[in-house]
Design a protein around this ligand. Structure first.
Ligand SMILES: Cc1cc2nc3c(=O)[nH]c(=O)nc-3n(C[C@H](O)[C@H](O)[C@H](O)COP(=O)(O)OP(=O)(O)OC[C@H]3O[C@@H](n4cnc5c(N)ncnc54)[C@H](O)[C@@H]3O)c2cc1C
Length: 450
């Protein structure tokens, strides 16, 4: 592998904190390891070179919002919250270059002041840019790809401590792999993202009968820039969200409406329903039935303020990417699973769509994608439910989200990705000693060079 720079700079490695227990957002993944907080690329290189020399594992962590153990390590954890500055903005090309630890929300705010925005976002925007792109985090919209597809340039420190730059013209096979690299190829240092001119989103959020939504699904996703729905199990209702891109004047929700929608419906409502369900399952249905009647909201605001909303209620999730034409059929089968479990599913099933891309291990590689995700309130049994959903998915060549719970192994996943071997070849080249390896990567990718 050609490299762009000389051996790691001399100097002190950054201070390493003593081992303490790290836990992800959902609280279902923990490890007890020392943590280091680099602030410069030179420190990133030093940390990797020392780990490689000492034969130690090392893992970068973003904001810990993956539900799997993809960010866990038995060696050293590299926390990147102090390495998140905006490095450069190219207004003409509409691109931004950021350090890996930059939070999506901070990036959106910084871009807005320069008349730019990220093309699309998921439900939340507290993830780091490197963490979100590592697992191909996505939003919804037939014409819009995931966050990894916005990456047009990337710079990482590979497993030998060397810096590798890549883009579509330079080391294209590394670029194709590293745009959604699962943290397996190196420590991503900086990313250059394709942005668009800042835009507003006109939002209509309203409950509708779920059967009506299913019958009209193809038209709904075709007619709206961004469409998604949340079906509340045990009910006939779906909360639909449609978002239209525009440059009309801002007409934000009143504080009360925002409070009701974000806190009561998106969070506390589900939280209450979940707590009621945990106490007595029959209460859940009563509370859940009332949620959709929370009503219709309509507003127009900055794109990133509409795409993402806070999540206060903790849950675990499993999400699957299927060929878009199978979305409704898959959803109907998941609905049967949820309604037939014999215990209440106390969190909604979410359905989205996204554009195809050509990123080696992107869940949307080579096909326009429909997304079906199932959630369960933290602490309630999810294993049986998620396992039955995974069984359904086997009939549709479904690809599991890299950051969400699923039972698949490398042997199951390899046939689903045409570029699997290319990714493994790049991984073996960039991380010859398995420095970035962990249990989750061994499960879903197999051993380095294996
Ligand atoms: C409440 C909630 C809502 C969510 N909503 C969505 C959604 O709408 N759409 C969606 O697709 N997903 C969603 N997710 C999943 C989430 O976006 C992904 O799991 C994402 O990877 C988390 O980003 P993070 O910064 O927390 O990364 P982490 O979970 O901390 O890390 C993810 C991976 O990135 C690697 N990594 C981080 N930084 C670097 C670096 N500098 N170099 C190399 N590797 C690195 C880690 O090692 C790990 O492998 C949601 C998750 C939660 C908890």
């Amino acid at each position: 592998m050609p490299v762009t720079s000389s051996p790691p700079p001399p100097g002190e490695p950054p201070h390493t904190e003593h081992a303490h227990v790290w836990s992800n957002w959902a609280g279902n993944q923990t490890c007890r390891v020392p943590v280091v907080r680099p602030t410069t690329e030179a420190e990133l290189r030093r940390v990797v070179a020392d780990a490689a020399e000492g034969g130690r594992h090392l893992k970068a962590v973003g904001s810990g919002h993956s539900f799997t153990g993809v960010a866990l390590t038995d060696g050293l954890m590299v926390a990147l919250e102090d390495y998140g500055r905006v490095r450069a903005v190219d207004r003409e090309a509409c691109t931004v270059t950021v350090e890996a630890g930059c939070r999506l929300r901070d990036l959106s705010e910084a871009l807005w002041t320069r008349g730019l925005a990220l093309p699309n976002l998921g439900d939340i925007d507290v993830q780091s840019v490197a963490g979100a792109t590592a697992t191909a985090t996505h939003g919804t919209g037939l014409a819009f790809g995931n966050l990894s597809s916005a990456v047009v340039g990337l710079r990482l420190v590979d497993g030998t401590g060397e810096v590798v730059d890549c883009d579509a013209d330079h080391r294209p096979e590394v670029f194709r792999a590293a745009r959604a690299g699962l943290g397996a190829l190196g420590l991503v240092s900086t990313l250059t993202l394709q942005c668009v001119a800042a835009f507003h989103l006109h939002a209509v959020h309203e409950p509708r009968p779920v059967d009506e939504v299913l019958d009209a699904f193809d038209d709904l996703v075709a007619a709206h820039d961004h469409f998604e729905f949340f079906w509340v199990p045990g009910t006939r209702w779906a909360l639909t969200k449609t978002h239209r891109r525009n440059h009309d004047p801002v007409a934000p929700r009143s504080r009360k409406d925002a409070f009701v929608a974000d806190l009561l419906v998106d969070n506390l409502g589900f939280g209450l329903a979940n707590r009621a369900g945990a106490l007595r399952p029959s209460w859940f249905k009563q509370v859940a039935r009332r949620l959709p009647s929370a009503g219709r909201t309509e507003f127009n605001d900055r794109s990133y303020r509409v795409f993402a909303s806070p999540r206060h209620v903790r849950f675990v999730e499993s999400e699957w990417a299927v060929p878009v034409e199978a979305t409704v059929e898959v959803f109907r089968r998941v609905r049967k699973v949820a309604d037939g479990l014999g215990y209440p599913v106390t969190f909604p099933v979410e359905v989205r769509v996204s554009a195809a891309d050509d990123i080696t291990l992107s869940t949307a590689t080579g096909r326009t994608t429909g997304w079906v995700s199932v959630h369960m309130y933290r602490g309630m049994p999810h294993e049986g439910y998620f396992a039955q959903v995974a069984d359904v998915m086997a009939d549709y060549d479904a690809r599991p989200h890299w950051g969400k719970l699923h039972p698949r192994t490398a042997a199951d996943l390899a046939p689903l990705y045409p570029g699997w071997d290319e990714f493994q070849e790049v991984r073996a080249r960039l991380d010859p000693h398995g420095t970035f390896d962990n249990g989750e990567l061994r499960r879903v990718l197999g051993p380095v060079g294996g």
